[in-house]
Design a protein around this ligand. Structure first.
Ligand SMILES: C[S@@+](CC[C@H](N)C(=O)[O-])C[C@H]1O[C@@H](n2cnc3c(N)ncnc32)[C@H](O)[C@@H]1O
Length: 342
């Protein structure tokens, strides 16, 4: 095999921090569903409907279905929308992730910027906010974002560029090229992770890094306030069933370590972060993350569910919408002390 040994990092698993039990707030006087309003500043509007393209070209790169916009390049491969609502939600999710990560954009100890200007690759750049933030942080490095959809990022430093491509196809980059290959929230979108990791390995320079920031598509709860017959758990079962049937299952994050090792990466580490589903925790920072997460779910639920439920499970749009209202309400229930793991 190759004589290069890029070290790798799924992200560190910090057993002490990540496994701390989150204490619930007692919310002595108010209703369990009352969320106290969102403390969210409105996100800036995108100046145009995403695409600096003539309208007939837009028709060719997008597809509208059940009121949402989807990618057309390699149509059907990614089951979630690429419209403004979803892009703004991704930016909110970026904020939640960086809050959870203590302000960090990455954990890999990259050396780029210290005389080494090997580029950084972001697979599935989404709104482009991570790639643009990295380019701003490392002004001497080139940051390249790749996505099935072309979206007009809100801002783009000169050392950042975006490309439309399918990261599951053969990569045309040079061998031993990147300092860091970054993957965030691609679970449920990739058919062949082994092949993706092999390609990433091949195009990473010796001593370079791969970093995954992924979430389990299931809920965790340490105090039995999430009953086994919760409608929330039913929604997760349906989502996993549909994603598996469409051959892009959501992956249990603990599996990635052995998959990366299979692709010859060494020094693979995990770190666990908890994201409460709403503002149920007592701790101020956790409560803030939970408050943002309430909005993330409210904005994201329809987009995450609609195509999988209608295309794969055969539901009607209106039935999905009615069902999701119940799910949304339960996500806001502060008596349920549940969290996602990142
Ligand atoms: C859930 S979004 C995450 C976006 C971004 N990584 C973030 O964390 O904000 C997943 C993104 O991956 C893109 N994507 C999915 N499958 C892809 C593929 N095979 N090749 C390139 N991009 C892909 C989607 O178009 C979408 O923008």
């Amino acid at each position: 095999m190759s004589n290069i040994t890029p070290e790798s990092l799924v992200s560190y698993w910090d057993y002490e921090d990540g496994n701390d039990i989150i204490t619930a707030d007692s919310f002595d006087s108010d209703s369990a569903y009352e969320d106290g309003g969102y403390l969210i500043k409105p996100l800036p509007d995108r100046p145009v409907e995403d695409l600096t393209l003539l309208s007939h070209e837009r028709e060719n790169v997008c597809k509208y279905e059940n009121g949402r916009r989807y990618h057309r390049y390699h149509e059907g491969q990614y089951a979630f929308p690429n419209d403004n609502q979803e892009l703004e939600r991704m930016e909110l999710h970026h904020h939640i992730s960086t809050l959870a990560f203590g302000g960090k954009l990455h954990f890999s100890p990259i050396t780029t910027g210290e005389g080494d200007h090997s580029p950084i690759l972001d697979l599935g750049f989404g709104s482009g906010i991570w790639a643009a933030s990295m380019a701003e942080t490392y002004p001497h490095s080139q940051v390249i974002g790749v996505d099935l959809s072309w979206t007009e990022p809100l801002w783009c430093p000169p050392n950042c560029r975006f490309e439309v491509d399918d990261c599951e196809h053969d990569w045309l980059y040079k061998k031993d090229y990147f300092e860091l290959v970054h993957i965030r929230y691609l679970s449920g979108s990739i058919r062949d992770w082994d092949r993706l990791f092999q390609q990433a390995y091949r195009h990473t320079r010796p001593g370079g890094w791969i970093e995954l920031q992924e979430s389990d598509i299931e809920l965790y709860c340490d105090d039995n306030t999430l009953p086994p017959d919760s409608i929330l758990l039913e929604w997760f079962v349906l989502m996993n069933k549909a994603a598996t049937a469409s051959e892009r299952p959501f992956i249990k994050t603990q599996l990635f370590k052995s998959w990366l090792e299979r692709a010859c990466y060494v020094d693979v580490k995990d770190k666990l972060f908890k994201v409460p589903i709403n503002q149920w925790p007592k701790d101020k920072k956790m409560k803030e993350i939970g408050r943002y997460e309430t909005l993330n779910v409210a904005e994201g639920l329809e987009g995450w569910s609609m195509a999988l439920f209608t295309r794969v499970l055969g539901w009607e749009k209106d039935d999905v919408l009615v069902y999701l209202e119940k799910i949304k309400k339960e996500f806001r229930n502060r008596k349920v002390h549940a969290y996602w793991s990142l």
